[in-house]
Design a protein around this ligand. Structure first.
Ligand SMILES: NC(=O)C1=CN([C@@H]2O[C@H](COP(=O)(O)OP(=O)(O)OC[C@H]3O[C@@H](n4cnc5c(N)ncnc54)[C@H](O)[C@@H]3O)[C@@H](O)[C@H]2O)C=CC1
Ligand SMILES: O=C(O)C1=N[C@H](C(=O)O)C[C@H](O)C1
Length: 267
């Protein structure tokens, strides 16, 4: 039996992850973390997550919750996730991180910290999006430089980072397949007299509103034809189920930084 704890337990994703743990065979829900001062600390997390009383209270004791688990699933924010990764490393516990919005420096720090503990860090835990990452590489490499690439993502009004972690990864996959540096060719803003589009740029557009769970479209636009590869999330449950699948997988891995391509065998 694998003991899984959740950080960000009262959040949109945290609640769905707790439901997924309860529904999954071979795993046990062992602890729930929230930020110190959160109004729900001390309350039964099953009642918060809508799956009935679980006898597990929301805690703000990071080290205590890590000690009682085999793996921590963390969907919070980059700075919190890095602190949790360090704490898991000190106790030799695995961690699955779904937070997005990492800077290149924060990603490098995560890679450094992962040298001592197994880590899955992925901007999107759904099977569908991860298959899209794989297909995108082939499409981009096959079409080459003749097609302009534009990426559009849409999310709910409460999302804090932009572009989404998934859109950034899509941009990185396409850029790498085309031999470009994403950080140099990503174009996040067009306004006024912008001049003609450069052939190498990858346009990154963000929509925010209402309760959109997560939508991504990559356009490959040529002369006289275009390809649009779209993924639309209709529930958060495939993210939460993916994170539990990653938790079951990562506990038996050597220390290192992995992503969902590794978990799903898509690499
Ligand atoms: N990888 C994936 O498949 C997905 C990733 N995400 C990402 O997951 C993150 C969370 O998303 P949501 O659940 O929608 O956000 P949310 O704001 O609903 O939940 C975040 C939770 O983290 C808690 N938190 C903040 N600081 C904390 C601390 N120091 N210790 C413990 N808990 C703390 C907050 O109180 C909140 O309850 C975002 O970065 C989002 O982009 C979201 C969906 C899917
Ligand atoms: O914040 C969200 O909600 C989501 N974030 C992830 C991202 O930034 O890519 C994944 C998903 O689209 C939902």
């Amino acid at each position: 039996m694998i003991n899984i704890a959740v950080c960000g337990a009262a959040g949109r994703m945290g609640q769905r992850i707790i439901n997924s743990i309860v529904e999954t065979e071979g795993v046990r829900f062992s602890g729930a973390l929230e930020r110190p001062g959160h109004p729900l600390v001390g309350q039964d997390v099953g009642l918060i997550a809508g799956c009935g009383e679980l006898g597990v209270a929301v805690s703000d004791d990071l080290n205590g919750v890590i000690a009682a688990c085999d793996v921590l699933i963390d969907f919070t924010a980059p700075k919190v996730s890095l602190k949790n990764l360090e704490a898991c490393g000190l106790q030799k516990k695995a961690i699955v991180i779904g937070s997005t919005g990492f800077t290149p420096e924060e990603r490098a720090l995560a890679a450094e910290l992962a040298k001592t503990t197994p880590v899955v860090l992925a901007p999107n835990m759904s099977v569908g999006v991860n298959v899209c990452f794989k297909i995108l590489k082939d499409i981009a490499a096959t079409l080459g430089d003749d097609f302009d690439v534009e990426i559009v993502e849409a999310h709910h009004r409460l999302k804090k980072d932009a572009p989404s972690g998934t859109a950034v990864r899509m941009g990185e996959v396409v850029a790498e397949a085309l031999g470009r540096d994403y950080n140099k060719v990503a174009n996040f803003h067009r306004e006024g007299i912008t001049g003609e589009r450069t052939r190498e740029e990858i346009g990154m557009q963000t929509i925010r509103g209402g309760d959109i769970i997560g939508e991504h479209t990559v356009y490959f636009i040529g002369m006289g034809e275009r390809i649009e590869l779209s993924h639309r999330a209709m529930t958060r449950d495939m993210f939460s189920r993916g994170s539990v699948r990653a938790a079951k997988w990562v506990v038996s891995q050597k220390p290192g930084l992995y992503d969902m391509q590794d978990v799903l065998g898509l690499r």
